[in-house]
Design a protein around this ligand. Sequence first.
Ligand code: UDP
Length: 151
Amino acid sequence: MEKTLILLKPCTVQRRLIGEVINRIERKGLRIVGLKMMQLDDAILNEHYAHLTERPFFPWLVSSMKSAPVVAMCVEGNSAVTVVRNIVGATNGRKAAPGTIRGDYSMSGQENIIHASDSIESAEIEMKRFFREGEIFEYPDPLHDFMYAPD
Ligand code: UDP
């Protein structure tokens, strides 16, 4: 089982799409093992988006991510990192394929609804960045065999 980190961005909170996006993630079969609302600040955003600090849109990205709370989630499933990135779609909502979350709910390269870790390594780092010990849960999954027959 793999875990990955998801942020529902302030635009998603403002547009009252939290439930709709969570519904898609759960419907796919991923399990929520951590969930909370957070107000992000410069410190955590400078760390989270360190790979983008030199890009011209960086100040706007930070201010957008601070404009309202986000919903942070940790979800679990087989190949969760790849499965979630596939459901999320390409970065720019106008280019993301229909059927993906960004493709269905976003018209923007910036206000693109959701962040999802892009590798197992970044998922590990990002889960620690947004969740403290005790905020990620382990609990039995009685539906496991219905979700995952051997491939
Ligand atoms: N972003 C932007 N313009 C760009 C590229 C990225 O506004 O040309 C924003 C967008 O909100 C994106 C975030 O910066 O989700 C992080 O960019 P990254 O390249 O990590 O893309 P992601 O992994 O979110 O698809």
